[in-house]
Design a protein around this ligand. Structure first.
Ligand code: AMP
Ligand code: MG
Length: 351
């Protein structure tokens, strides 16, 4: 299959043509990768079960891992869910359009293939203008997971989407680099108390300001072990991961630097090509290995934005093993560490 690639220009009329082409593909059951503010999404018609099946096939994604349905207006919720809880509207009022996905009970129009057989559906109103124009133009809602091959880091640039999906989908809309760089926060609104299933740019503290109490899916930080099963099915898979094995080192910067140096030296001694990921303040302490600094320790947003690109870059440089300094878990740091721990298969050394 030839994949059309079109670049957003910022000129309304020119972009309108691109969006119309993409919308037609979606209406005809095809797949389009498009930018959102979090990561690139791989979209298909949310009411077409074959489109959902095609998304799973293109990504190589297990079909028990449900998709997020993207809408263009808050009122669209009523077309997916018969009984929208008031707290959903309260959160929508504050965070939509934006990087928050809410789980609500689904109505019978939402195909089981989209929800992986669950009675609930994940819904998000994205802020990215191209995304919203595309949803509106398509005249339907767009079911979309991240536009990467299953297991690989989520795409934060159109080049990442091309790497993974060129030849497998109908079209890629290149909207430039993404603003946030981490997937949306997911909160389950079907229980008495909203439950955070996946941390993201909208933090637990921010949610609490609007809805009071929230609870946490225990699988968020600990990963999946024994009988802890995450409520967001996608969180159980090794994910966001570079090809090389990654280990995190957490502690005071001096001790972490010393430990990573020792580990890197040992691995290099074994003939391995070593990748090192540390905040930019610490880059100067390393001279050997492939060193990537996604951002300053003081700027978690910068780290979030560059994280997945950095993981892909290690793949490109062909490293065999990666040692990464753990980042702060404050604010969106908790989302950064959640993704890093998953990428590292929960391997963490505390010093
Ligand atoms: P992605 O868009 O690739 O980030 O994947 C969507 C995420 O949303 C996955 O982790 C899914 O498991 C999660 N998700 C989608 N629908 C539901 C749902 N109804 N209940 C719980 N989690 C969901
Ligand atoms: Mg994903």
């Amino acid at each position: 299959m030839d994949t059309i690639v079109e670049k957003i220009t910022g000129i309304w009329e020119d972009d309108e043509k691109i969006i119309r082409t993409a919308a037609e593909i979606i209406r005809n059951g095809g797949l389009v990768a498009f930018p959102t503010e979090t990561v690139y999404g791989l979209g298909g018609d949310a009411f077409d079960e074959n489109a959902a099946a095609a998304i799973y096939a293109a990504k190589g994604r297990p079909s028990d891992n449900p998709l997020i349905v993207h809408i263009a207006e808050t009122e669209d919720l009523t077309k997916l869910c018969d009984d929208v809880p008031p707290a959903v509207y309260a959160l929508a009022e504050r965070f939509w359009p934006g990087p928050l996905t809410m789980i609500v009970g689904k109505n019978s129009r939402v195909p089981d293939t989209v929800t992986g057989g669950l009675e609930t559906v994940a819904v998000r109103l994205p802020d990215n203008l191209t995304a919203r124009r595309l949803i509106k133009a398509s005249g339907t809602f767009i079911a979309a997971p991240s536009a990467n091959l299953s297991g690989r880091p989520s795409p934060t640039a159109a080049s990442h989407v091309k790497e993974d999906l060129a030849g497998r989908i109908d079209m890629i809309i290149d909207g430039g680099n993404i603003e946030i760089g981490l997937e949306s926060t997911i909160v389950d609104m079907t229980g008495e108390i909203p439950m955070l299933l996946r941390p993201g740019f909208v933090t637990a503290e921010m949610l609490r300001e609007t809805v009071g109490e929230i609870s946490y899916d225990p699988a968020i930080m600990s990963g999946v072990s024994g009988d802890v099963k995450p409520k967001a099915p996608g969180m159980k898979y090794r994910h966001y991961a570079p090809r090389a094995e990654m280990t995190l080192v957490e502690g005071a910067p001096d001790a972490v630097i010393a430990k990573i140096k020792r580990l890197a030296k040992d691995a290099a001694g074994d003939g391995k090509r070593v990748g090192i990921m540390v905040p930019s303040e610490d880059g100067k302490f390393f001279s050997e290995g492939e060193i990537i600094c996604p951002g300053s320790r003081e700027n978690t947003k910068e780290i979030a934005k560059n994280l997945f690109g950095a993981l892909r870059e290690f793949d490109e440089r062909g490293v065999d093993i990666i040692y990464a300094e753990a980042f702060s878990r404050e604010g969106i740091g908790s989302a950064v560490m959640n993704r890093l721990l998953k990428a590292a298969g929960q391997r963490i050394i505390k010093v």
